[in-house]
Design a binder for this molecule. Structure first.
Ligand code: AHR
Length: 497
């Protein structure tokens, strides 16, 4: 089947926002311990962080990392994680029923971010704690020496403020599983008051209110409206979280998961704009998609199915080729909404539903989902273009008929580089991409990389870490017309300049 696309450098949606390539480090399973941090590992740096993992984080192109949770943050005492390591208490995290050694905390994380050049996004605990502790933490990280809170940081070895710009006002407070779960009205008041206090310390902070934990939450829509009606002047972004997996073996719908993400974003934007309209405000609240990924939640027993235990593997999903294609497609959707999605965090970074896997004391490797993320983060630059797409349709049980071709393009006027990302989200049936680039003048094809496999269930493991990797595709460019074959279940990165 043929999919026709016309691109034009004049049809600009909005600039690519670098924060779309964020990730997430939670104190959960082996994300922190034996993930990013393992002082006994042969590659550990002087701070105890794994250099092999840091190298892969750099290759992944992550720009921003959210921390320390997730559900974990809603019962976290940040004070337990600062100061001399040998004096830090061992505590119990009730979110994941895990013993927390507190060997990594705020200063350790922020130092790691600074060394590897990523922006931190911190979350405050609005579950078991509230305004006072949030403001204390903010002063601990951001105040100049001379205040008791800041001098505590100085005593712990850091004089200069960390100057964290991005703060989440809690995590998934709409979820009954959350420690300190709240009704929309309860959370709205807390977000307003905590936001007001934090902005009194520094009006230039960017604050993210909790939105919905997924689009099928019973309070979805109402939650966003009530929260924004109350906290509109205090917050800058509202969060969205979504995880995808094939439900009851329905891979057609799974491959079209980006459709759910798209409808989710559109609904949150409409709600935020409705609140603005009622207030007579031109202010735009953007969406922070600060947890998204493929997650086989059906394989997870739930928190109560877990014995209280030390650091141990938790939700270490091994991703296959199909999962990687879905991840590539979700990234396409985030880019296609760069006008209103201000940032996004793939959840999570290492071991826990992650692109990077490690063995304690052993190697680190790239899961299949690493590749679309790394190539997108590396090459999507400049502005996102609106494309004219004429694609065959695929029927899905969950979303109805969707375009078989899912695509986006970015155009960097300064370097003259055009990047087209494309997915054939059909389970069967190859597509021929016919892309009209005549409006760009003289372009040549730099590279066509494809992620596909004869076995859609192929995975990367410690024993075979390079089983699924991007390989050269067959694109040709002739007189402003690009042609490429897109096999069923495949993700593509086409670069031209
Ligand atoms: O990323 C795993 C968990 O998923 C997070 O802790 C929580 O915020 C979400 O429900």
């Amino acid at each position: 089947a043929l999919a026709r696309v016309v691109a034009d450098p004049a049809f600009v949606l909005a600039p690519v926002r670098p924060r779309l390539f964020g990730s997430f480090v939670e104190h959960m399973g082996r994300c922190v311990y034996t993930g990013v941090y393992e002082p006994d590992h042969p590659t550990a740096d002087e701070h105890g962080f794994r250099a092999d993992v840091a190298g892969l984080v750099d290759e992944l192109g992550v720009t921003m990392v959210r921390y320390p949770g997730g559900n974990f943050v809603s019962n976290y005492r940040w004070e337990d994680g600062v100061g001399p390591r040998e004096e830090r208490p061992v505590t119990l995290d009730l979110a994941w029923r895990a013993i927390e050694p507190n060997q990594v905390g705020t200063d350790d994380f922020l130092g790691w971010c600074e060394r590897i050049g990523v922006e931190p996004m911190m979350a405050v605990n609005l579950g078991t704690r509230g305004l006072a502790e949030a403001v204390d933490l903010l002063q601990y990280t951001n105040a100049e020496p001379g205040l008791a809170t800041a001098d505590r940081r100085v005593a712990n070895g850091r004089t200069e403020p960390w100057d964290v710009r991005l703060w989440c006002l809690g995590n998934e407070m709409d979820g009954p599983w959350q420690m300190g779960h709240k009704t929309p009205e309860e959370y709205a008041r807390v977000a307003e008051e905590v936001g007001r206090a934090m902005k009194r310390f520094d009006p230039t902070l960017e604050l993210v209110a909790c939105g919905s934990s997924n689009r099928s939450m019973p309070t979805f829509g109402t939650w966003e409206r009530v929260v924004l009606e109350q906290a509109f002047d205090q917050v800058d972004h509202i969060s969205a979280h979504a995880y995808y997996e094939p439900v009851d073996g329905d891979v057609d719908s799974f491959l079209a998961s980006a459709e759910d993400m798209e409808r989710f974003i559109d609904a949150v934007v409409a709600t935020a704009d409705h609140v603005a309209a009622v207030r007579g405000s031109d202010r735009r609240i953007d969406v922070s998609f600060d947890e998204w990924n493929v997650w086989y939640q059906s394989r997870f027993p739930g928190e109560l199915g877990l014995d209280i235990r030390d650091v141990a593997p938790l939700i270490e999903d091994v991703y296959d080729l199909t999962d990687a294609v879905v991840v590539g497609s979700l990234l396409i959707t985030l880019l296609r909404h760069t006008d209103r999605v201000s940032m996004a965090c793939q959840a999570q970074l290492v071991n826990v539903i992650a692109p990077i896997m490690t063995e304690p004391g052993g190697p680190a490797w790239r899961q299949t989902i690493f590749h679309p993320f790394a190539l997108t983060a590396r090459h999507a630059r400049g502005t996102v273009l609106r494309l004219a797409v004429d694609s065959p349709l695929v029927a899905t049980a969950r979303y109805g008929e969707v375009d078989q071709l899912h695509t986006v393009a970015t155009w960097d006027e300064t370097t003259g580089e055009l990047v087209v990302l494309a997915v054939n989200r059909g389970l069967v049936g190859d597509l021929t991409l016919d892309l009209d680039l005549s409006r760009f003048g003289d372009l040549s094809l730099v590279e066509h990389l494809v992620l596909t496999d004869a076995d859609p269930a192929a995975t990367n493991t410690a024993a075979q870490p390079e089983r699924v990797v991007p390989r050269p595709g067959d694109a040709t460019l002739d007189d402003g017309r690009l042609t490429a074959s897109l096999p069923a279940v495949s993700w593509h990165c086409l670069r031209l300049s």
